[in-house]
Design a protein around this ligand. Structure first.
Ligand code: G1P
Length: 270
């Protein structure tokens, strides 16, 4: 099934990175010399996505400036950029609300959602692999997390499971450790039916007083199903300091000069 549009929700406040995110969007924090949003964008480009929709807000102008620059450099980076557009999320009302803001730009076709917080390394594009397996149901990237971390994620209740695909019976946003129905967590990659917009529009605030994308996915299970895609590759939660530092070290370890610095640092400190 062709998926040509990706939505990037970039309206989050980035509280875990205060104070730097008072002036710099968290999506513009760098893994070495590229901002997080660049990696998310590259993943979409290599999945064949041609239209890029950023759901942005006050204080995030540098993302727009950055993509002006990307247009200029597209040839240099050997990438094809179709249309890039921006829509504002005027209030931070959650991920579901951010996706709803993109409704008019998405129209009536399946679309991808990519969170720049989740940096995923793999020789294939995670969202690209999801699109290959997309069958018209709603699909989320999913990974196993430790049982004491389930309360940070949307958690799938598993109906059936293969090596790559989970059919979910239900999904809960940030359940307590006691109530979680599995340890399969949603990671920030989605391929969604446009019909989710009318569900999101009617949704009441959920966990944290926010409009939760997970709640819309749950409501659509009887009509559309919900598939978890067990992606390959390493995922870093770059919405946290620990995750961002780990991602920086991961990328640096693949560059001989930077890796030398990491090794010297270890030698000096062990
Ligand atoms: C969001 C989603 C959650 C998902 C997580 C993945 O939560 O609501 O279901 O598991 O992203 O990163 P957030 O981290 O924005 O609170």
């Amino acid at each position: 099934m062709k998926v040509g549009k990706a939505v990037f929700p970039v309206g989050g406040l980035g509280k875990r990175f205060f104070p730097i995110t008072r002036a710099i969007p968290k999506e513009m924090l760098g893994i070495i010399n590229k901002p997080l949003i660049h990696y998310a964008f590259e993943e979409a480009v290599s999945a064949g996505i041609e239209e890029f929709i950023f759901v942005t807000r006050h204080g995030k102008d540098s993302i727009e400036d950055y993509f002006d620059y990307m247009y200029v450099c597209a040839e240099y980076f050997d990438i094809k950029i179709g249309s890039v557009c921006y829509v504002r999320q005027n209030e931070p009302k959650g991920l579901g609300h951010a996706v709803l803001c993109a409704r008019n730009l998405v129209g009536n076709e399946p679309f991808a959602v990519i969170s720049a917080d989740d940096y995923i390394t793999y020789h294939k594009s995670c969202i690209g692999e999801m699109i290959k397996h997309y069958d018209g149901s709603n699909m989320v990237a999913s990974m196993n997390v430790s049982p004491n971390e389930v309360d940070k994620y949307g958690i799938l209740e598993i109906e059936t499971e293969t090596d790559t695909i989970i059919k979910a019976k239900s999904v809960d946003e940030k359940p307590s450790v006691r109530n979680a129905k599995s340890t399969q967590a949603i990671v920030g990659r989605y391929v969604l039916s446009y019909e989710i917009f009318s569900i999101l529009e009617e949704l009441k605030p959920g966990v944290g007083g926010e409009i939760q994308l997970t709640d819309a996915l749950m409501k659509m299970i009887p009509t559309h199903g919900l598939t978890g895609f067990k992606f390959e590759g390493k995922r870093f939660d770059c919405g946290s300091k620990e995750g961002l530092l780990s991602a920086i070290l991961e990328v640096a370890s693949h560059d001989s000069k930077l890796n030398e610095i990491i090794k010297n640092f270890h030698m000096r400190n062990t």
